[in-house]
Design a protein around this ligand. Structure first.
Ligand SMILES: Cc1cc2nc3c(=O)[nH]c(=O)nc-3n(C[C@H](O)[C@H](O)[C@H](O)COP(=O)(O)OP(=O)(O)OC[C@H]3O[C@@H](n4cnc5c(N)ncnc54)[C@H](O)[C@@H]3O)c2cc1C
Length: 409
């Protein structure tokens, strides 16, 4: 039999690398098993290649931005806080900067520098790693974990950390192995769902593809009457709503039925219906000879005008000829321009996965399984997800720290 490691980490992504560093720092002989040809493949594409590695804000703010199971993260975030994460990287020689929204990036704007810093730390603490190693099965006999790769090579260890991530962006190495391992050891898996993903529409939006709307309010109205709303910037694609506020809303609605759900855009969130009516009455008098199509150009981005005009169902008549009813109809559309939601986009397209290993069966102080001794789950494989802003990587770092620092024996 090959040598028995003190600790093996499956997955050489953000959480796996961090967990291996703290495991080794605590004196455990540690091996990372990664099926990609390199470590940190997903990390490389984070923050559009710049890696927004945390958010330079309070723990309370992090907890507020965690959409699923924020309570579970309380101990982890206190044990390895955003501030401590920043210190970890700066002490390791990586210069950082904080940008708009307290988003923290490497000063170089290169995610590869974050990866290299982690690899340097792994080297400093003698962490070994095996690349091109796809794990397919794990079993535990007595107190030893037997880990089988796809060529049936067996790795053995007394302590196992599962850091295999979620299901999104399969090109970066995402697999369901973490869920399979958990399930085989008796854990419950909360059904994985897309999060931070585009919202697919029933209507055709090909003509709007690429159109970005700023300072709008997007509200999702569900069949059960519940509403979720965000103000800011959004984007149309060929088939969906995307951009910051649409992505955020996707994470908030993914646990609900989207049957008959509506995506409602308010193009003039700063003005009430009544205020708009006063403005329109004035302008309809001043520009009485203008036609409706031309007038719409003063209210909406050019690319949206024709789409809006068609939706009004009106003829392109002069403003002077519009009735009060027409005017109120236009105002109503400006405040409540509805699209029918088809579904959320595919899980592979989401920036993160919601769902995963049920945290009820994981010790929040150690990330150890409550069902199997010396088995740990960290990072996105857990049923925890957050909004954009560096919060998801902070979840990866903090849970990894807990596991790496709480190995037993
Ligand atoms: C496009 C994009 C941009 C993002 N930008 C940001 C950002 O700027 N800030 C932020 O906070 N979050 C961001 N995220 C989210 C963040 O990347 C993840 O939440 C984080 O990487 C999760 O870390 P993890 O270690 O749990 O999983 P991962 O980083 O996905 O690592 C899991 C590792 O396990 C390996 N693995 C899987 N199956 C096996 C197997 N069978 N055998 C061996 N190894 C296996 C994978 O190859 C992978 O290397 C972004 C995500 C995407 C997709």
């Amino acid at each position: 039999m090959s040598e028995i490691y003190d600790c093996i980490v499956i997955g050489g992504g953000a959480s796996g690398m961090m967990a291996s560093i703290f495991s080794a720092k605590n004196g455990y002989k540690t091996l990372v098993l990664e099926h990609n040809e390199k470590l940190g493949k997903k990390l490389y594409i984070t923050g559009k290649g710049r890696c927004n590695l945390t958010n330079n804000s309070s723990i309370e703010n992090h907890l507020e931005n965690i959409v699923t199971n924020s309570k579970f993260m309380y101990t982890a975030l206190n044990a390895f806080s955003p501030k401590m994460v920043m210190e970890f990287f700066t002490d390791a020689g990586l210069k950082l900067k904080t940008e708009r929204g307290n988003r923290v990036f490497p000063q170089s704007d290169k995610s590869s520098d974050v990866i290299n810093t982690l690899i340097d730390q792994m080297y400093n603490f003698s962490v070994k790693y095996q690349l091109n190693c796809e794990i397919q099965r794990v079993e535990k006999i007595n107190n030893i974990f037997y880990i089988y790769d796809k060529n049936n090579v067996i790795y053995t260890t007394y302590r196992l950390i599962v850091a295999t991530g979620g299901l999104s962006y399969s090109g970066t190495g995402a697999t369901k192995i973490g869920y399979d391992i958990a399930r085989n050891f008796g854990h419950n898996i909360i059904r994985p769902k897309s999060a931070l993903c585009p919202i697919l529409l029933k209507e055709h939006t090909v003509a709007l593809n690429g159109l970005s709307l700023k300072n709008v309010r997007l509200t999702i109205v569900l069949n059960n009457g519940k509403e979720f709303s965000e103000f800011g910037e959004m984007l149309f694609t060929y088939t969906a709503l995307s951009g910051p506020i649409a992505l955020e809303l996707s994470s908030k609605i993914n646990k609900y039925s989207l049957n008959n759900a509506i995506a409602r855009i308010d193009f003039k969130p700063a003005l009430s219906m009544e205020e708009l009516d006063i403005k329109f009455q004035k302008e309809f008098k001043s520009f009485a000879k203008k036609d409706l199509r031309t007038y719409l150009k003063t209210l909406l981005p050019n690319k949206f005008c024709e789409y809006f005009f068609i939706r009004t169902g009106l003829k392109n008549i002069k403003l002077a000829d519009l009735t009060k009813e027409n005017r109120l109809h236009i105002i109503n559309l400006l405040k409540k321009f509805d699209f029918s939601i088809k579904s959320l986009d595919n899980i592979n397209v989401g920036i993160v996965t919601s769902g995963g290993v049920d945290v009820k069966e994981i010790n929040s102080k150690t990330c150890e399984s409550k069902l199997v001794s010396n088995l740990y789950f960290v990072g996105e494989v857990l049923d925890i997800d957050a909004l954009t802003g560096g919060y998801n990587l902070q979840i990866a770092w903090s849970t990894a720290y807990l596991a790496g620092n709480n190995l037993k024996g």
